[in-house]
Every structure is written in structure tokens, then in C-alpha cells.
Design a protein around this ligand. Structure first.
Ligand SMILES: [Fe+2]
Length: 247
């Protein structure tokens, strides 16, 4: 089944029923208690929750301080190593999610091979998936080498997991097209690139030796971004082309 963008019976817009749309607008006007409502009440309530809420989580204290973290603490001059552990945990979570997201996309593209994905370089996505896994393993090694626990979910890892939920939903929806999935992968890689850069900046600022290893990962991430951007663009251009095969 072709999933590319095409004209069809879409009933979501008001143009589908102009008479009913007038009725709907009237109903919305009548049922909106705009005059009586205090617009600041909602803001105050939400802000009260923000002030009262605790943090999203905490960074676990390493069971044994060793390796890079030990040397950092030895020369600790106004640095908080938990900030680094928090971000390392986030990258670990992100790369692991990345593997799953790429696997979801590959599975879908294989299913669409006869239609949309004809001639699609699925191997390029497999290559990226393997890089993400290698980054995950490298981060696991770095975190464990510091004496921290790579299985612990840090607060920013939690945030990355929640933020990725929308991406996962789009990729796993059986109805979404290649272009729609590639757009998700592009979002993923854009953030991935910036976050690796951020981790390197942080590592350098804290005098951590890991910055060099992270530089290699960033270089691979830059390649991922260029690849996904090209595949997404090609997919959209192919759909927009009048000669595109319709099924
Ligand atoms: Fe990547």
C-alpha cells in the first residue's frame, strides 16, 4: 500500500461543511466563558506547582570513585562532576533509543521495499544504527570507567526518553510514510549532533580526557546528519515529482 502524500477524502477542515462551520463557531462563542474567567488563575496554579515540585530525579553518587572521575575530583576546582555524569547518562539513553528508532525505520522500509522504498539504500540506515550502538557501548565504558553506574537513569536521560516518545510514535505507526519517518530521523540527528558537541564542550571545560573520544563520535554523527538529510530530501523530491509511480 502506497503511503505517500496524495489527495483524498480529508474531512478535518471547515471547508467540508461551511454551514456547520458557522454553527460550530457560534457554539464556541457561546460556550467560552471568556468574560468571567480570570486568565491569571491558571498561570498562578501552574506556577505554584512548578515552585512546589521537586527535581525530575537525582544523579546517583558513584559507588566507587575511580578513573577519570577520580582525577577530576583530585583537581576539582569549582566543578560539579554530577553535571557531567548527568549528560553522559543522557547520551547513553539517547544512543540506545537511536538504535531502536533506526531499527523501527529499517523494519518499515523493508516492508515498503516494493513501493515507496524501491531502490532505497537501507544499508545506509543499518550503518548508522550500528554507529549508534557503538556510541552506546563507548559511553557505557566511559561511565563505568569513572566508577558511575551506566544502568542508572539520570534526570536528563529521563528528559531525553520523554522527548523521544513522539518520534517513536511516528516511526512505529504502521501508516506513516518513508518521508515522515525520515523527518523524525532528521530531528534525531540534529539534536544528536548538538548534544555531542555540548558533551565535548563540557568535557573540555572540566579537563576530562574523554573529549577526544567524543570527537570521533561527533564526526560520525555529522555523517549521519548529512546522510539522513539527503535521504529525506530525495524522498520528498521523488514524491513531488510528477513522474512518480502511483499504486
Ligand atoms: Fe546519529
Amino acid at each position: 500500500m502506497e503511503k505517500n502524500t496524495r489527495m483524498g477524502t480529508n474531512r478535518t477542515g471547515v471547508d467540508m461543511a461551511p454551514m456547520l462551520s458557522k454553527e460550530m463557531a457560534r457554539g464556541a462563542r457561546e460556550l467560552t466563558p471568556a468574560q468571567q474567567a480570570d486568565p491569571t488563575a491558571y498561570d498562578s496554579m501552574v506556577q505554584e506547582h512548578v515552585r512546589e515540585a521537586g527535581p525530575l530525579g537525582t544523579v546517583p553518587v558513584p559507588g566507587t570513585v575511580r578513573g577519570a572521575l577520580k582525577s577530576l575530583l583530585d583537581k576539582a576546582t569549582g566543578h560539579n562532576p554530577e553535571v557531567f555524569i548527568n549528560k553522559l547518562g543522557e547520551r547513553l539513553a539517547y544512543e540506545r533509543s537511536g538504535v531502536r528508532f533506526y531499527e523501527a525505520a529499517i523494519r518499515k522500509f523493508e516492508a515498503l521495499r516494493d513501493t515507496e522504498a524501491a531502490g532505497f539504500p537501507i544499508d545506509e540506515l543499518r550503518h548508522i544504527r550500528n554507529d549508534e550502538e557503538a556510541h552506546f557501548m563507548m559511553l557505557k565504558e566511559v561511565i563505568a570507567g569513572m566508577g558511575a553506574d551506566p544502568t542508572a537513569q539520570t534526570p536528563d536521560a529521563d528528559v531525553a526518553g520523554v522527548a523521544g516518545m513522539g518520534i517513536g510514535k511516528v516511526l512505529h505507526d504502521p501508516r506513516t510514510s518513508m518521508a515522515q519517518c525520515l523527518e523524525m530521523l532528521l530531528m534525531l540527528e540534529l539534536a544528536d549532533n548538538d548534544e555531542w558537541q555540548m558533551l565535548i564542550t563540557l568535557a573540555e571545560d572540566m579537563g576530562m580526557d574523554e573529549a577526544a573520544r567524543f570527537g570521533d563520535a561527533l564526526q560520525e554523527e555529522e555523517e549521519h546528519l548529512a546522510t539522513v538529510r539527503r535521504l529525506y530530501k530525495d524522498s520528498l523530491i521523488a514524491q513531488a515529482s510528477k513522474g512518480a509511480v502511483r499504486h
